[in-house]
Design a protein around this ligand. Structure first.
Ligand code: PHE
Length: 471
């Protein structure tokens, strides 16, 4: 067997893991979810989900990955098979390859829009309507501007992307494949070392610019921050807000995809997971609630006010980031530059995440099927290129996959991780495996959270979801 790759350094590993977690979820999805679910009302379930679900499940995924590294395997296929002597185990483990693979099909497509938009901002060609009092402009369904308006056929089923859209998608895909082809340490880790500092610099510049905006009728950044940070207890009894908050925590921490498991499988079998996991999560949360929470929402509240911001967010995942924000920037001096920066930030955050979504498939092909790296990347490239035609050409496909795989699938897979480790394998052994060789001690009460509370909450989430889906 070929020797498996490893991370080059600890700081490189932490940056790569932070790059994995910090993505479109932090800067696009979080503001939309928060604004759509009441701002301050969203943050309480969010924080509770982070502690009771996010962090414990993250540690479980790290432990499963480190367990895999001992055996030379980087996906849940082999790990579940070791832990559970049942022929179905490896098929359930396959979800940890298929979920990120399905997500990356549309994730790279959205990522390619960000590259396209940053390029068009740079050359001053991003069409944007001046900000008016009339927010209805930002409430229209978002079809990114290069999906030709006339492109929808009579059945309304298909989209026709403009050539630029298609070209930028291919460029984005090739960038991802090239990084993966360079490998774990010379590709993923190296990119993270450059991209992560840049992401922070760009986000901080944007945050400062947004904080110095004000509206003619006197709204400033405090109004925006107040919307997000004034706790509002009124919505705590609404299960929808809880589901959205838990879903966001999973998505942003990259938990329940199998992607953290794969990254963790490239550490040395006796390396720490507790501190690495916590460090990655902390950097991610800083990027999410502080930086992500201070750009799109705050800018929109200053320009449009709170009710309109909530309405824009409720009208789709992209209206805030792709429609309202560029329009705001178009109305300030050097706006093209800030718009360019915003989309470039999204692109960098996107790339370091999409490669993480791809890596489980690469690990599967290498570790389980014995493919070389070149062959794995080629196979993945062909698959992604073909599969991407579904969200590119079929209307509504993106949202559909995002719900079934990128939201529902995560919860199911995370539940399997916790149950297979703590219930089917052995909870004492699982705890031992999780807490060995770490640089910090995981407090013992997490044992109970991991064994009872987290799986229990996941089951409640799944049941409430099913009830909501009923007609
Ligand atoms: N956490 C990433 C985001 O916030 C998404 C992601 C999930 C990336 C799983 C890699 C693996 O955008």
């Amino acid at each position: 067997m070929v020797k498996r790759e490893q991370w080059g350094s600890r700081i490189g590993l932490i940056l790569a893991v932070a790059g994995n977690a910090i993505g479109l979820g932090n800067f696009l999805r979080f503001p939309v979810q928060a604004a759509d679910h009441g701002g301050g009302a969203f943050m309480i379930p969010y924080m509770i989900s982070l502690i009771l679900l996010g962090i414990p499940l993250l540690w479980i995924e790290w432990a499963l990955g480190r367990f895999g590294s001992k055996k030379g395997h980087g996906t849940a296929v082999a790990v579940f098979d070791y832990l559970w002597k049942n022929p179905v185990a490896k098929y359930i483990g396959l979800l940890g390859v298929l979920i990120p693979l399905a997500v990356v099909v549309y994730y790279t497509y959205i990522e390619s829009w960000t590259l396209l938009y940053s390029f068009f901002s740079l050359i001053g060609k991003l069409p944007s309507t001046p900000v008016t009092e009339n927010v209805s402009d930002y409430l229209k369904p978002f079809s990114h501007f290069l999906v030709e308006k006339t492109g929808q056929d009579a059945s309304g089923l298909f989209l026709t992307p403009a050539l630029e859209t298609y070209i930028f998608f291919v460029i984005t895909l090739l960038i991802n494949l090239y990084i993966l082809y360079r490998g774990v340490s010379a590709g993923i880790e190296k990119v993270a070392k450059y991209a992560m500092p840049l992401i922070f610099v760009m986000a901080i510049i944007l945050m400062i610019r947004v904080f110095t905006l004000s509206s003619p009728d006197g709204r400033n950044f405090l109004d925006g921050l107040g919307f997000l940070w004034n706790p509002d207890f009124s919505a705590l009894t609404n299960p929808k807000v809880w589901l959205a908050a838990a879903g966001q925590v999973f998505f942003t921490l990259s938990v329940g995809f199998g992607a953290i498991l794969t990254y963790a499988s490239y550490i040395k079998p006796k390396d720490d997971i507790a501190l690495n996991g916590l460090a990655g999560a902390s950097v991610n949360e800083f990027a999410e609630v502080i930086l992500g929470g201070s750009i799109a929402i705050v800018a929109s509240v200053i320009f449009f006010g709170i009710p309109a911001t909530a309405m824009i967010a409720s009208n789709g995942a992209f209206n805030l980031g792709f429609m309202a924000l560029p329009a705001i920037f178009a109305n300030i001096p050097y706006g093209e530059f800030f718009s360019f920066l915003w989309f470039l930030l999204l692109f960098f955050a996107g790339v370091t995440s999409s490669i993480a979504l791809c890596q489980p498939a690469i690990a599967f092909l290498e570790d389980e099927l014995g493919f070389s790296r070149q062959k794995s990347v080629l196979a993945l490239g062909i698959f992604l290129f073909i599969a991407a035609h579904i969200p590119i050409f079929i209307k509504g496909a993106l949202d559909e996959i995002d719900f079934w795989v990128g939201t529902f699938g995560l919860v199911v897979f995370a539940l399997f991780e916790a149950v297979i480790f703590f219930w089917i394998y052995n909870s004492k052994e699982a705890w031992k495996e999780l807490t060995r060789d770490n640089d910090i001690k995981i407090p013992y009460f997490f044992y109970y959270i991991m064994k009872y509370i987290a799986p229990g909450l996941l089951i409640i989430i799944l049941i409430s979801w099913s009830i909501e889906m009923l007609p």
